[in-house]
Design a protein. Structure first.
Length: 198
């Protein structure tokens, strides 16, 4: 299956946004579908289907899957991954869309990095908030939801690109709202703990 322009735009957006949630799953799933011949990946993404890259991304995807289920470990993991997810989202989107033009490469990178940043900020904020709860179930439920979103969004990008673009746009709005609401909540908590002048 060759990707048309709408699918390439949808794929760039999906890769960018999903990288903010599960970078290694994005790398592994994208590489696997290319390796299996289900989709002909754009030339910039074909390196992901190389066996060594597939093995490394599969291993890191498994590590991320486990780390993301453990309260506090997931927050540390998200902190470290801040350095990787956003630039990787930019690079993947650029690789998906920008093979023919420097302008498209730059626009795709900006789009992918911005989408990855919004997803990552919302995920890290939500997970940090969930870690304040003594029960582990909300943390695991949020993690499993993230696990499910990545393959679902990538599938949409390949099979129903317009729906994927709409889904990414809606998800980005939700992410921004989540970050704003949680930031206000955090500011309120800090204001209560701040010593008052006597």
């Amino acid at each position: 299956m060759n990707l048309d322009t709408t699918q390439l735009v949808a794929l760039a957006a999906a890769l960018g946004w999903a990288s903010g949630l599960r970078l290694y799953a994005v790398l592994f799933i994208t590489g696997a579908v290319g390796f299996l011949g289900w989709v002909e990946l754009p030339s910039g993404l074909q390196i992901l289907q190389q066996p060594l890259v597939l093995g490394a991304s599969g291993l890191m995807s498994a590590v991320e899957f486990l780390a993301d289920k453990i309260p506090a470990v997931d927050t540390v993991w998200d902190g470290v991954q801040t350095l990787l997810r956003i630039p990787a989202g930019a690079a993947l989107a650029a690789a998906a869309l920008g093979a023919d033009s420097a302008t498209w490469t730059l626009l795709a990178a900006l789009l992918g990095g911005g989408l990855a940043a919004s997803a990552h900020a919302a995920k890290a904020s939500l997970r940090a908030a969930a870690n304040t709860s003594p029960e582990p179930f909300s943390n695991v439920a949020l993690s499993l939801a993230g696990d499910a979103m990545v393959p679902a969004l990538l599938w949409l990008a390949w099979e129903h690109p317009v729906a994927a673009i709409v889904a990414v746009a809606l998800a980005t709005v939700v992410c921004i709202v989540v970050v704003v609401v949680l930031w206000r909540f955090l500011k309120g908590l800090l204001a209560r703990w701040r010593p008052r002048p006597s």
